[in-house]
Design a protein around this ligand. Sequence first.
Ligand code: AMP
Ligand code: MG
Length: 422
Amino acid sequence: MSALTIAQASCADDYDPNSMPVAKARAFIHQFLEPVRGTLRVPVRSALGRVLAEDVVSPVDVPSHRNSAMDGWAMRGADLKADGEATLAEIGSSFAGRPFAGAVGPGQCVRIMTGGVVPQGADTVVMQERAKANGKSITFAPGQKTAQNVREAGEDLKRGSVALARGKLVRPAELGLIASLGIGEVAVYRPLRVAFFSTGDELKSVGSLLGEGEIYDSNRYTLHGMLTRLGCELLDMGVVRDEPAALEAAFAQAAANADVVITSGGVSVGEADFVKDMLGKLGEVVFWKIAMKPGRPLAYGKIGGAHFFGLPGNPVSVMVTFYQFVRDALLVLSGANPVQALPTFAASCSARLKKAPGRTEFQRGVLTVGADGALSVRPTGEQGSGILKSMSEANCFIVLGDATGNVEPGTLVQVQMLEGLV
Ligand code: AMP
Ligand code: MG
């Protein structure tokens, strides 16, 4: 835990709690994030989506032997001519997994396939497209260079060197890389335990009937999805009514059982006051009005040892604030290092967008690639912060920075993808 407390940091800082810029809120939160300490050893496949808790050191050279990068013939480079053809005698073959047992002498060559061990004596491979075979007599085109098309042992990775550093998030490529070193088990950080609940007297859980003025709680479902994809261990605490005693009990129980507590609803003006007092008793929490849309109200703090994120109630705001503040924080807490900000890139906006300067907007967009290969984005239509369909139809956010005003068709805007590769 940082020596700085949340109360000290917020006092020391000259921020305006009524209009907190997105980047500043994110930076504030990051001062207090320390990765979990617990680690466990798991079979390689179970490391998918986890973070490496130790460097993976290569026990072998990769590749393990000098081998051919091409299908062709291996020979001594000195036997080839820069300005004319050279004809050599084929004395055997070296296929992947079936090396040539002998050595290649002057005037000789060996048929070789990609991945085949380059035989003793040989130092060069000529690809088959540059050769003519006449029985065992092979003629090579001019212009070859010694050492071409040969992959040296240890060229990709030297034995004893770090193949993957601690903090690396394990994706399919890492699973394959670890397996390629013959390693069967790795150390990973333990999963983050995240407790979450929805607040609101109007909320009913799926499975019960709605009374007058009631709605189904959808935020726990989107949170379930996002947290699961981040590899967290979930503690879903259901719906908690807007009653001080019930809320206090829920906060205390959540903080005692999890690394992170996430709630939705109850942090907007009017609702926040008694929650503010209660959280002031239980821990240290700051309440912001972020200069963003959607997702204006946001609370962050510590309740006991747990980090707390109080997200707004509106379903789209929950997702936007999760992606912009919680995602990065959970990755840092999970031990991931470095944690890269979600990338944005430019696309031409095909519609007019209404936008007020002075805040960052995350409009929901559909990014398409035109016949000319150019990226174009259009908004999904109604952008209300309660309209989850706008998220479902979208494949990206259109990120409009603080300084931006209305956007005219044809203007370049920044977009942020909602999905990556599997
Ligand atoms: P609040 O931030 O609690 O004032 O809520 C803002 C809006 O989001 C209100 O219209 C709530 O009914 C709605 N809302 C709050 N929590 C949820 C939830 N868990 N699922 C769906 N809508 C919600
Ligand atoms: Mg509410």
